[in-house]
Design a protein around this ligand. Structure first.
Ligand SMILES: [Mn+2]
Length: 471
């Protein structure tokens, strides 16, 4: 049997376990906070609604051993985890002994399998299928849900939104994602068109799309508002539409042709000048000009809902609830405002002791001024700005429960530096602290009262790491 058949068999086994759950039992569902996790949760929620099941849902940013221990203490006997769980298999085995658990995930697992018959652990990596490329958490939830109930095939497009959120579309989709896409096309939920490979085509003014695009990069236009407006005028497109700004959907066929030719000509010295067109995935039932029309923008909307603690609005949007969709779109606006105000906070505090500038690093200690789900975005925006030259960027933000969340990122590629190792060094001797991650991204969680001690450690470790690299 090939790996895909083995995965299918594994999914059917999980479905069998699911169907054994007595109808009056409440099923506890836990999913991940990002766009993929919210899409996955939507599919499970739809399945449970369709099958007239009772459930209780939580969306979490990560699962710490603590979280799992507390979940296991809740009065439920049946659990479904989506888009997470693979990294905590041993803890789940230990904490959930005697309970029935289904894990539908695509992350690199801690180990290949579980001993217990009570746990259905479904993950493509078990069979050598790359869960980073071929299928996302929402895809795994979809395969499970559609195997459990064929009516769920009407929601194949939700799995594609999830895969978009996890950046699995690289010009096209691979294998499992591709099969799911074909189903969504067959069900007339998605149509794939050739279009400008630029973000925001449905919602942003054309000149803004050109200004913000970095991939594809347009010399003299990317990053420049005036350059972008000038470019449009040069190729013979009026950037304005009466009193407002023209959007991609307002372009005539002729203007679109002018735009594409103009972009290619301006990119003449780039590696692949013609690389400006790509697949665009449009949700057929969504209105033109809505952020839910383009699957990539839809994923961004879900991400914003998750980070603003409004995942349920994202789920409503995925399932086509018009009222919730409206609220989700409004939440997107609030999210943008919050990012802008976090940038303002940064500027206002740039010279305070909350922003620590070392030779090779910057530490942002936002305390409780910035949401822990937003601080990562702030750090990433700052590190992408032109005048940022530091090698490391670390951010801290306080959670409501008296803990501080730390995240560490690196600029550029440094093969000899492992951020997880650095994080382990920084947290040595810090009590009640959990640290983890991988070579390119690491994080930690600690009681807020040891924050200062940690920062002192971190300064030494980061300074030393960049010194060693120079040597
Ligand atoms: Mn995922």
């Amino acid at each position: 049997m090939d790996s895909y058949e083995l995965l299918k068999k594994d999914i059917l086994k999980a479905v069998e376990q699911f169907h054994k759950i007595p109808k009056d039992e409440v099923i506890r569902v836990i999913s991940h906070l990002d766009a993929d996790g919210i899409s996955a949760a939507s599919l499970i929620v739809k399945l449970l609604n369709t099958e007239d099941r009772k459930y209780s849902l939580s969306i979490v940013q990560q699962i710490k051993p603590d979280t799992l221990a507390n979940l296991a203490k809740e009065p439920y006997d049946f659990f479904i985890f989506t888009d997470l769980g693979s990294g905590a298999l041993s803890t789940i085995e230990k904490e959930f002994a005697g309970k029935k658990v289904i894990i539908l995930d695509h992350h690199d697992p801690e180990k290949k399998g579980v001993e217990s018959k009570d746990i259905s652990f479904v993950n493509p990596h078990k069979f050598g299928i790359d869960g980073g490329k071929e299928v996302a958490g929402a895809g795994m939830a979809y395969l499970f849900a559609s195997a459990a109930d064929k009516r769920m095939e009407e929601f194949a497009h939700v799995a594609i939104i999830g895969a978009m959120g996890d950046m699995q579309e690289k010009g096209s989709f691979e294998r499992i994602n591709k099969e799911i896409l074909e189903k969504a096309i067959e069900k007339k939920k998605i149509k794939v068109i050739r279009g400008l490979r630029m973000f925001g085509a449905q919602t942003r003014p054309l000149y803004k799309i050109l200004e913000y695009t970095t991939d594809p990069y347009i010399p003299g236009v990317s990053g420049s508002e005036s350059g972008s407006i000038q470019f449009l005028q040069q190729v013979g497109i009026n950037p304005k539409n009466g009193t407002g700004w023209k959007k991609v959907k307002d372009l005539t066929k002729e203007e679109m042709q002018k735009l594409v030719t103009g972009v290619i000509l301006t990119r003449f010295n780039e590696e692949n000048p013609e690389d400006v067109l790509g697949n665009v995935y449009l949700l057929e039932e969504e209105n033109e000009g809505s952020p839910t029309r383009d699957a990539k923008e839809f994923a961004t909307l879900l991400n914003a809902c998750g980070r603003m603690d409004k995942a349920s609005l994202g789920i409503g949007a995925c399932l086509g609830d018009i009222k919730l969709k409206k609220k989700a779109i409004a939440t997107m606006g609030h999210y943008r405002k919050e990012i802008v105000s976090s940038l303002r906070w940064y500027e206002a505090n740039a010279d305070s002791e909350l922003i620590i500038q070392g030779d090779s690093y910057m530490i942002i200690n936002a305390q409780d001024s910035i949401r822990p789900t937003i601080i990562g975005t702030l750090a990433s925006i700052l590190s992408k700005s032109n005048n940022f030259t530091k090698q490391f960027i670390m951010s801290l933000a306080q959670l409501a429960d008296g803990t501080t969340k730390v995240s560490l990122r690196m600029q550029g590629i440094h093969k000899d530096i492992d951020l997880k190792d650095l994080m382990m060094k920084m947290t040595t001797g810090i009590e009640d602290c959990e640290a983890g991650g991988h070579a390119n991204a690491a994080g930690a969680l600690m009681p807020t009262d040891v924050e200062q001690k940690f920062i002192e450690n971190a300064k030494l470790v980061l300074a030393k790491a960049s010194m060693e690299e120079i040597v």
